[in-house]
Design a binder for this molecule. Structure first.
Ligand code: ATP
Ligand code: PH2
Length: 161
């Protein structure tokens, strides 16, 4: 694939030295060929959604990439592995979670990859950082801008650090 695309990703961690992990993971991703970092949010301490577990560090980034969505997902999964991610229970603690949130205005629904990320509109820990760097990006399934979506969720568990 030769054309440039803009994508948004979410980073999260709640095991180990989470702040260092998310920072280093974003550096590692930005250093890859065909990836240019366009914008990076602040980091947030967020109350865990799902089973009881420690708070997360979360943030988002916008990247310009010359990669298909599938290759980008593969790249994210490889970085998760590199940073010690071991897959255990769904929504359980993890050293690093990288989600592909948006890819231009694409809607994609395959068994291994859904874009936009299907749960992003419900998640304050995604929408608050994303609204900082991409408030006008339209989430193509809802047709609503990130700045509108963030107003519809409870952001009380999301604290900028
Ligand atoms: N947009 C996407 N971004 C990342 N992974 C995706 C996406 N769409 C589908 N997946 C699939 O989901 C799998 C990742 O599941 P994972 O264990 O990280 O889920 P989770 O982080 O526990 O939960 P959630 O998906 O709710 O954040 C990947 O292997 C991938 O095939
Ligand atoms: N606060 C917070 N909670 C979560 C998170 C996350 O990144 N942050 N990730 C999950 C699975 O993807 C489940 N719950």
């Amino acid at each position: 694939m030769n054309t440039n695309a803009l994508c948004a990703i979410a980073l999260g961690s709640n095991l180990g030295n989470s702040r260092a992990t998310v920072t280093d993971a974003l550096k590692s991703l930005s250093a890859k060929p065909h990836v240019t970092l366009i914008a990076q949010s602040s980091w947030y301490q967020t109350a865990a959604v799902g089973p009881p577990q420690p708070d997360f560090i979360n943030g988002c980034a916008v990247l310009q990439i010359k990669m298909s969505p599938q290759l980008m997902l593969e790249t994210l999964l490889n970085i998760e592995t590199q940073f010690g991610r071991v897959r255990r229970e769904r929504w359980g603690p993890r050293s690093l979670d990288l989600d592909l949130l948006l890819y231009d205005d694409l809607i994609l629904d395959t068994p291994t990859l859904q874009i936009p990320h299907p749960r992003m509109c419900d998640r304050a820990f995604v929408l608050v950082p994303l609204a900082e760097i991409a408030p006008d990006w339209i989430e193509p399934v809802s047709g609503r801008a990130i700045a509108q979506l963030v107003q519809a969720v409870d952001c009380s568990g999301v604290v900028r650090i």
